[in-house]
Design a protein around this ligand. Sequence first.
Ligand code: 5AD
Length: 426
Amino acid sequence: MCYAIPGRVVAFEGNRAVIDYFGERRRAINEIKNLSVGDYAYAQGGFVIAKVPEEEARQTLDAWKELFFELKKRDDSFSRAPEEAKLEKFVRKAENGNIARKEILSILKTPDRDLNNLFSTANSLRKESLENACCVHGIIEFSNHCRNDCFYCGLRKSNARMSRYRMTVEEIANAAEHAVNDLGFRALVLQSGEDPFYTPQILEETISKIRERCDALLFMSVGTRSRETYERMYNAGARGILLRFETSNRRLYSSLHHGRKADFDERLSLIRHCKEIGYIVATGFMIGLPGQTLEDLADDILLTRELRADMWSFGPFIQHPQTPLASCSPPDLNLALKVIAASRFADRNAKILVTTALETLHRDGKRKGLLAGANSLMINVTPRRYRENYTIYPGRPDRDKEIERNISETVELLHSIGRAPTDLGV
Ligand code: 5AD
């Protein structure tokens, strides 16, 4: 977004460029043919987005330099690991990348009195591995039609009280162009319900149109579509997918999806296939589903790791009044934060998103999540007249906010805790 720092290419390793940001180096997949050592570039989500003319890059870097080191200092002050004997063993295991299920479970069972120590230890692991880098992506919710009837989701097809919309290809491309060229986002997620109206051909057309008009990493979040559809979207220029497995508990999955056990396997194999295609994969689960146990959540974390998620996307379940789960309660904020912390222990290099659901659960959820081990965010850039009808769950704090206001509040928050918009790399 407008919050982005260019870096200088210092080397190439196969298809990856090594990019330097004020002395910190990150790797990003490069597909720009004429990018050379010495060039400046924007990278986002571990992907080189665009070459930046030297003069422009120098000006941006000059403007950032002082602030960048100030932010790092601020981040340091927020992420000192407490001397905590109980957590030492876990920290060592996290550093060696071999934390196991029983340890994850024990993190999820941390009693309230020990939570501050847990969260600041997870936050310090984040800082040791990835410094103060933070990705901010934009999300465009382009259709709220859905052919599915998932028990938890407000977009479910039997919710007759939802006012449905579909954005045209031109509207989606205009929203994307505005987000990238006017607001400065470098990575966008295009999300919808599972809406077959958007045929593979329309999806291709949308992606190509956006790619023609602006430089951005495009994530597609369109649910379980055929492998061929995902291949075609990749060939049209999409490079990321956001597709959650929702829960690793097969029985729970099928109970929330009309008993269709095969759907779970289909979804997992699709996520794996997308990884093979070469997509950057964002995946994850919901926290606090009715009947879900802490053991399930430990398995969810392990499955996200096993799937080699490039980005971890999970959030609390929030009940929607027009669904069969209307009377179920959302989880406690601390449980959601413990899942963030445990995920950081499970993969110290993870890009962990703070999702809107966490902010819906608690108004300070974004900040608390970032201080419990998370390091990525999304900002809603859906045109306002549509946004209010994308009610997966009610009460979203970004529902009526002007995009510009949402951006400036997020930038303020990131500054206040010392995070900088350098790329997290791959
Ligand atoms: N509460 C929280 N998250 C939800 N999702 C769907 N319904 C809900 C809900 N009631 C999540 C699912 C889906 C993503 C787009 O939104 O994980 O994959």
